[in-house]
Write a protein that binds this ligand. Sequence first.
Ligand SMILES: [Mg+2]
Ligand SMILES: [Zn+2]
Length: 275
Amino acid sequence: MAGIVVVFDFDKTIIDCDSDNWVVDQLGATELFELLLPSMPWNSLMDRMMKELHLQGKTIEEIADCLKRAPLDPHVITAIKSAYDLGCDLRVVSDANLFFIETVLKHHGLLEYFSEINTNPSYVDEEGRLRIFPYHDFTTSSHGCSLCPPNMCKSEIVERIQAQATAEGKKRFIYLGDGKGDYCPSLKLSEEDCVMPRKNYPLWQLICDNPQQLKAGVHEWSNGEELERTLLQLINMSNAADHNHAAQLFSVDCKFETIPMSPNEALPLALRVPH
Ligand SMILES: [Mg+2]
Ligand SMILES: [Zn+2]
């Protein structure tokens, strides 16, 4: 068991686009989206856009088909499967929504590799309209973090996973992301952990602007191929370090077994020199 928790952001990390923009653009609603964006929180706007698409006669199947066409680098698929095979516990922490993420992961046969998906809840109502809700209900209270959008502070989620992982004896975190919303949880990682920001994207820029703010090791990537190579290297290095540590402990144990208390006690009884 690797004892590593790998946390994946979804948009522009697992898939190579933003799923919200992808659906809105592909289904021809970009103009309305841009018109409403300045006056609404993103999460509420997506619920509204699903209403508009429903009114235009777009079905949930059309939305699903559109999501299945979202670009996903084959190297990311290999990376996910290999990390799982190496014993890592994989989780999604995303500001997209459950329907979008499950549709994409299921389509690529990846859903069962993740032990948990933390995202904005969504469901298809009786009229076939997709409803999208905030992960954190900001109408009743604020999550209190000024870095993050009102509907989700990813740190809340990561801190819960950290507490759970510690209880299960998992030691290390690797966090992969690209966006501004991935900065806050990156600050919660320890010296033992790693953050993998996508190069030239907002998370990477925020880290570069203030590198001393972060305790975790930073390992950038630009595309699926680099994501796969970097992630698997980090996992293998961590596993090798654990193995060496275990081997060291084992050899110490062996010494305790074989090193005699005194030269006398090491000899068979019959050969002991009487005192
Ligand atoms: Mg993202
Ligand atoms: Zn936050």
